[in-house]
Design a protein. Structure first.
Length: 89
C-alpha cells in the first residue's frame, strides 16, 4: 500500500495530477493544495479514485511515470510552473 494525494490546482488544460504522497516528489503541492487519497494498492487505483473526483486526471511524470499518460510536455512544464508559483506564495 502507498499513500497518494492529488493536486487541488489543475493544470491549464484541466488535468489534475496525482502523486505518491510518500515519494518526496518535488512536484507535490503544499498540504493545503493537496487532496489526500489515502492508502491505495497501486498507481492505477490512485488514478481511478482521483478520476471519480476530478474530470481529468493523470499520474505525476516524476513520481508516477508508469501512470503518466500525458505526452504533452507543455502540460508537464505547466505542472512544474504551477508548483513553483504556489511555493512562492
Ligand atoms: Zn509527483
Amino acid at each position: 500500500m502507498r499513500d497518494y494525494c492529488a493536486s487541488l490546482i489543475a493544470l491549464e488544460n484541466g488535468t489534475t495530477i496525482v502523486h505518491r504522497a510518500d515519494s518526496g516528489c518535488s512536484l507535490i503541492p503544499p498540504e493545503k493544495e493537496c487532496l489526500r487519497l489515502g492508502q491505495l494498492s497501486d498507481d492505477n487505483e490512485a488514478v481511478t479514485i482521483a478520476g471519480s473526483k476530478f474530470s481529468k486526471v493523470d499520474g505525476c511524470p516524476q513520481c508516477m511515470p508508469d501512470a503518466n499518460h500525458s505526452a504533452d510536455e507543455v502540460a508537464i512544464d505547466a505542472a512544474i510552473a504551477a508548483v513553483i508559483t504556489v511555493s512562492n506564495m
